[in-house]
Design a protein around this ligand. Sequence first.
Ligand SMILES: *Cc1c(COP(=O)(O)O)cnc(C)c1O
Length: 377
Amino acid sequence: MTTQHPEGSQQPAVSLRPALRSLPPYKPGKSAAGSDVLQYKLSSNENPYPPLPSVLDAVNQMSPEMNLYPDMTCRAVTEAVAARWDVAPSSVSFGSGSVEVASQIIRSVCDEGDEVVFAWRSFEAYPILAGLAGATAVKVPLTEDERHDLPAMAAAITERTKVVLVCTPNNPTGTSVTADELHAFMAQVPSNVLVVVDEAYVHFNVAPDAARGIDFFHEYPNVVVLHTFSKAYGLAGLRIGYAIAPEYISAALRAVAIPFGVTNLAQQAALASLAAETEIEERITALIEQRDHVHQQLLAQGWELPESQANFVWLRTGAQTVQAEETLSRHGVIARAFPDEGIRVSIGSPAANQAFLVAAQDALETLRAASSSRIGG
Ligand SMILES: *Cc1c(COP(=O)(O)O)cnc(C)c1O
C-alpha cells in the first residue's frame, strides 16, 4: 500500500503502527475559557487549593538548578515514600504522573496480543495505554450500581491476560472496592497475572470496609499499588506518581521509564508535601466534607447517584448527557461529560460547588421536562 505523503509527494510515507489507528483519543477536561459567566473548571479532578507555602519554597529553592538533569533515581523521595508506607525503597518507583507508571507496567508485562482487563467505564487512559503497547483491552461492564464487577472480571481472565487494573475509588463513578471483594477476587486470579490497584483517589476514601492497596501488596506476590501526587496533594501540574511493587517488577518499571522523566522540581515538591501531611490532611478533610455536602444536596434535589469516595461525583444522565452538560455550562460549570453515559463533576472550592448545585437543579428540571414531554408525547 502506498500512502500519499503529507507534503503531496508521491514517495511512500512512513507507516505508523496499526495499533495507533484504533486508539481512542485522550480527552483532557475542558478548560474554562471565553465566556462572560464566571467559569468553574470541574472537569479534571484537580485540587482547588493553591500549593502550600512550604511546597512552593521547596520548588523555588530547586529552580536555579533547572539547567541540570534531575536525580534519575529519585533517591530522596523514594526513601520518603518507602518510609511513609513502611516498604523497602527497592519496591518504590516513579514516573511522570501515575499514568506514566501505569504505562510502564503494561509495557513491562504485555506483549502484542496480550490482554489487559479492567472495568468499564473507568479511567479513560487505560484503553489507550493497553492499545499503545499492542495489548488488547478487555472491558468488563460496571454493575448496575456503578461498581467494579469483580466476579465478572475474574471470569474475563484468559491465558492471554497479563494485567488486571482495579481502579478504586473508580474514576469516573467514585465507587470503591471492598477488602472482602478484592480478597475474593485475588483468590480467583492466577499468580502470574499482575493486579494493579490504581489508588489515585485513595486519600478521599473513608469507606470503613474499603480495600487498601498496600495491604494487598503485603499479602499477595502479584499486586502493584499506584499512587499519585496529582489529586489529594495538588501537584497535577508537576507530574509525579509512583508504584509500590514487588522488587523485580519495580526494577522492570525503572528500566522502561523515560530517562529523567521526573523533574527535580516534582521530586522536591513531593518531598515537601510528604513533610506537610497535617496540612494536606486538613485540606482532604475539607474536600471530603464538601463532597458529602454536594452528595446530600443532589439527593435532596432528586438526583440518584452512587456514593462517591473520591473528589468528584457522577451523574448518570444517559441519553441526556449532552443536554445536561450544556445546562451546567450555561451556569459556568465545566464538567466532564461522557456522551450517552454520564457526567463527572469534580469537587472544587465551596463557591464552585455551590454554582454546580444551582446548575444541577436547573439541569434536573430540564431533563425532567424533556423526558416527560417524550413520555407524554
Ligand atoms: C488522575 C488519575 C491518575 C493519575 O494521574 P497522574 O496525574 O498521571 O498521576 C491515575 N489514575 C486515575 C484513575 C486517575 O483518575
